[in-house]
Design a protein around this ligand. Structure first.
Ligand code: ADP
Length: 252
């Protein structure tokens, strides 16, 4: 029997289907309808796995869009990320998750149980949205930021607010500042904000970085520098919450 975990995020809806020993992954843009995105994910996962819908035993949903779904059991993102990381990276005690509209730090024990957490969902700074808006101002796609940065010539971005940071970037470009240096400054700015949350909670064990922003190796580099330790990025980092949801579904 297969189980499915759905993480309906602000930007991307992610699904993981566990079918015996096989793991199927699927991502679609959340768009305007979390409900349609959830339906689309399930249909695509079933097609991908060659599984009939009646063979799906349980579905667990998470992410901001979970409230729009009228099926499955809902679980918090915090719990799902903790469960996902405990399976992917044993020995991790501190999880940093940066998604489209929030950033979180989660402290877990060796069984993946949540001990403490902090979340920034009030302000776009320190989130994927900040990087998306900044990338657009730089004429780049968000997926190009990691490759574009020049850490050795970092230019500090002083504005905390996303809107002011966008103006600051436009001003720096107009002065002829190096694009790669501006990108490095942006990554540092995100890392500084999130590291402050880590320090507030107290760093525990190894550190793992999850969520869509973890695909940006410039941000993971800046986080490692800021925290003074190694930062592990699991494969398929954007699917960690959906994987955790699927594992919770498997547990019953
Ligand atoms: P949510 O769950 O809120 O939808 P995700 O964890 O899926 O958020 O992350 C979405 C964010 O990931 C985007 O806002 C963007 O900043 C970042 N992102 C998406 N794709 C890439 C990529 N290929 N490289 C780097 N960053 C990316």
């Amino acid at each position: 029997m297969a189980v499915v975990g759905l993480d309906i995020g602000s930007v991307a809806a992610k699904g993981v289907m566990l079918d015996e020993d096989k793991r199927h992954l699927m991502l679609v843009p959340t768009g305007w309808s979390p409900r349609d995105a959830g339906r689309q994910l399930i249909d695509s996962l079933l097609t991908k796995g060659g599984t009939e819908s009646k063979a799906v035993e349980r579905i667990v949903t998470t992410g901001y869009g979970k409230v729009a779904l009228n099926y499955g059991r809902a679980a918090s993102e915090i719990k799902c990320h903790a469960r996902g990381i405990a399976a992917l990276c044993p020995g991790v005690g501190t999880i940093i998750d940066i998604g489209g509209q929030d950033s979180k730090v989660i402290i877990i024990d060796d069984k993946g149980r949540v001990l403490d957490f902090a979340m920034n969902d009030k302000c776009a700074a320190g989130t994927g949205r900040f990087l998306q808006i900044s990338a657009t101002a730089l004429g780049l796609d968000v997926s190009e930021l990691g490759g574009a940065e020049r850490a050795d010539s970092s230019i500090p971005i002083n504005s905390m607010c996303t809107v002011f940071a966008e103006s600051e970037i436009i001003g720096l470009l107009a002065q002829g500042s190096d694009k790669g240096g501006i990108v490095a400054g942006l990554h540092q700015s995100v890392a500084k904000r999130v590291s402050a949350m880590v320090r507030r909670l107290g760093l525990k064990g190894k550190v793992a970085f999850t969520g869509g922003v973890a695909m940006n190796n410039g941000v993971s580099r800046a986080l490692a520098e800021e925290l003074g330790c190694q930062v592990l990025v699991p494969q398929d980092c954007q699917y960690t919450g959906a994987l955790g949801a699927a594992l919770l579904a498997r547990e019953g």
